[in-house]
Design a protein around this ligand. Sequence first.
Ligand code: NAD
Length: 279
Amino acid sequence: MGGVAERFSGRHAVVTGAGSGIGAALSRALVAAGAHVVCADLDLAAAERTAASTTGPGTARAARLDVTDAAAVRTLLETVEPLDLLFNNAGISIGGETQELTLEHWDTIIDVNIRGVVHGVHAAYPRMVARGSGHIVNTASMGGLMAAGLLTSYVMTKHAVVGLSLALRSEAAAHGVGVTAVCPSAVDTPILDKGAVGRFHGRDYFLKGQGVRHPLDPAVLADQVLEAVADDRPLLVTPRTARIAWRIGRLSPRFVAWSSVRFVAKQRRLQARRAARSA
Ligand SMILES: NC(=O)c1ccc[n+]([C@@H]2O[C@H](COP(=O)([O-])OP(=O)(O)OC[C@H]3O[C@@H](n4cnc5c(N)ncnc54)[C@H](O)[C@@H]3O)[C@@H](O)[C@H]2O)c1
């Protein structure tokens, strides 16, 4: 972690979605590495809990922020000068059969997961270009690299975040600005129990369905993210099993398309069993 402390000590960072899960862990890891962090979240009390849970040498303060509000994102980022690091991490999940999604579901996930990131990039990137330094870290997902059914709207948004990150990175390099997309598979956070439509059950989906025995510890992921940023890596794909699946997917898209159909069928069987048990 020597390189990490060097890279983050005294830097100014904003983390969105900092009130819970990965954002809270990122905030703690950044403060521990010496950064000055604004922990921003829709839920101010949660952001305050995160800020209070950090331990130095850096510092943390909490702020209420709805990333779907472009003006609010700009106003908050303007309070941080210089803005060295922006973690566009806030996100929501919606899981279920696509025919059961309302247009409101689609609009909500696009607003938070795509527009939320765009608002951060739009407010931060020109300032970083002007200064000739900075790093934008976008929390995408393995769902941004591989297409898992029954999470279709979520997968769409995370593919957008990966595309935005990689394309922007190619522009940003000449300006001294870094961009990293973070693509974990299941991480042990409250999101696994949120956003279920119909019979969808997040923990069954990832744990029983995808065969993930232990979802990643957010603190472990946060340390990996800081290392990836310190190394200026374009993508962090984690854990190792996710990297293997991703490589197989690139070698054989037909195999992955075939196994995705089987995966969705398995999920539906799990859902039916759970429904029968609770009937
Ligand atoms: N947990 C996983 O398995 C996993 C895997 C891959 C990617 N991700 C991504 O990681 C990111 C963080 O998720 P998490 O697992 O920590 O979830 P989480 O639900 O624990 O935390 C998400 C936080 O975002 C906040 N938030 C939601 N909407 C917001 C908005 N409009 N403005 C500001 N804040 C808002 C919530 O209040 C919450 O504190 C998300 O982008 C998610 O898609 C999670």
